[in-house]
Design a protein around this ligand. Structure first.
Ligand SMILES: Nc1ncnc2c1ncn2[C@@H]1O[C@H](COP(=O)(O)OP(=O)(O)O)[C@@H](O)[C@H]1O
Ligand SMILES: [Mg+2]
Length: 240
């Protein structure tokens, strides 16, 4: 039976400065179910990162409704948004965003240490080691991120995103800073996580990686193209 994790209705986002208004999102309707693997493609500036930021409660929409697991989250205070984000959402960014002053182990444990309901040391240890094992990095707990290769750093970032057992994993250009071999390995890992039940929403420029998703969305000028327009629209896929 399908289980809806999130639903966006008519979400808009306007960035206003003194000189101009940028309409980054113009009425997004999106539903993601448990177990989905959604990819989002589109040209630079079409609103992909803005959409992921709002999906991940890093930013609030200008108008519209956004419901995560039954809770309306479009008008939350920053603190309330941070709590929901910490418990329900994992992020993977192009630039890894690990903290070089902390060990691999502490990078991954960090989100659990910020939990509203504190976890015991042994529960944290169990969660960290289980995620490190998943990404094949259990032998590198004491290293600093800058002592690892890019591919290894992204695997640590995946472990950090998974450690809180999030309902949703948001991924922005996960292979953008990797060579193709490490990029393929990271994508294989994400695909395996999805097959094991993790729900993913990923922005990518690479049509091969977009094809690994179970649902492909195309964004243009802040709108999701209708499915028929998506196949008719000349995408990178057609250029191959
Ligand atoms: N903080 C911001 N302030 C003003 N404009 C922004 C801001 N963030 C994004 N934009 C604008 O919103 C549009 C969408 O940006 P973005 O979501 O980053 O696109 P993409 O990730 O698809 O390249 C762009 O025109 C961008 O310049
Ligand atoms: Mg972007």
């Amino acid at each position: 039976m399908k289980e809806t994790i999130l639903k966006m209705s008519d979400i808009t986002k306007v960035f206003s400065t003194e000189e101009m208004e940028t309409h980054a999102l113009r009425g997004i309707n999106l539903e993601i179910d448990k177990g989905d693997f959604v990819s989002i493609c589109g040209p630079s500036g079409c609103g992909k990162s803005t959409l992921l930021s709002i999906l991940g409660l890093l930013d609030m929409p200008s108008t519209g409704s956004y419901v995560i697991e039954g809770t309306e989250v479009s008008q939350l205070s920053l603190t309330a948004a941070a709590h929901i984000r910490n418990e329900k959402i994992g992020f993977i960014f192009q630039s890894f965003n690990l903290i070089d002053e902390l060990s691999v182990y502490d990078n991954i444990a960090l989100p659990l240490r910020y939990r509203q309901n504190p976890m015991s040391h042994s529960d944290i240890d169990q969660a960290v080691m289980s995620c490190l094992t998943k990404v094949d990095m259990a032998h590198r707990t004491k290293h600093r991120p800058n002592q690892l290769s890019g591919g290894q750093q992204q695997r640590i970032a995946i472990a950090r995103a998974l450690v809180g057992n999030p309902a949703l994993l948001l991924v922005d250009e996960p292979t953008g800073n990797l060579d193709s071999k490490n990029g393929d390995a990271v994508m294989d890992m994400l695909k395996t996580l999805n097959l094991e039940g993790t729900t993913l929403c990923m922005v990518t420029h690479d049509p091969r990686y977009a094809d690994m998703a179970t649902r492909k969305l195309h964004l243009l000028d802040g709108k999701i193209l209708a499915p028929q327009a998506q196949t008719a629209h000349p995408t990178l896929v057609d250029a191959f």
